[in-house]
Design a protein around this ligand. Structure first.
Ligand SMILES: [Zn+2]
Length: 133
């Protein structure tokens, strides 16, 4: 019998808690200007299918309309940034740091590196893409 993969996560204060029943994508580091602003650095993103994401607590969950094509989810009580969700598609990107440990995840690439900030170098040897790869 196959074991079902599950993960849990949440914001700093606990007003947003969620469970994922299913597989999480490898972690991609996004260096775009929006991710820079919303995280204060860059966005370490895993992702799951929308129908595999369930909220245990969503009292603090707010969605900010970040562009014409996507929204960003955060906790309005503690300020944790948590999600990026495109209008098109069936998945939600999740900040890897919001997951409870161990995540079992691995980072595999950097995207939008042409937009990265000027105060750091990427030196981990992972593939780098100018855009969304
Ligand atoms: Zn919170």
């Amino acid at each position: 019998m196959a074991e079902v993969e599950t993960h849990e996560g949440g914001c700093l204060c606990g007003a947003v808690r969620f469970e994922i029943t299913g597989h999480l994508r490898d972690v991609t580091y996004c260096h775009c200007s929006q991710c820079r602003k919303t995280t204060g650095h860059y966005f370490a993103a895993t992702a799951c299918e929308n129908d595999e994401l369930e909220f245990v607590a969503d009292g603090g969950l707010k969605w900010f309309r970040a562009s014409d094509t996507a929204s960003r989810g955060f906790c309005d009580q503690c300020g944790s940034t948590l999600f990026w969700k495109p209008d098109e598609g069936t998945y939600t990107a999740i900040l890897a740091g919001s997951l409870d440990l161990p995540t079992g995840l691995k980072a595999t690439s950097h995207i939008f590196v042409k937009d990265k900030a000027d105060y750091y170098e990427i030196a981990d040897g992972l593939p780098q893409f100018e855009g969304d790869n």
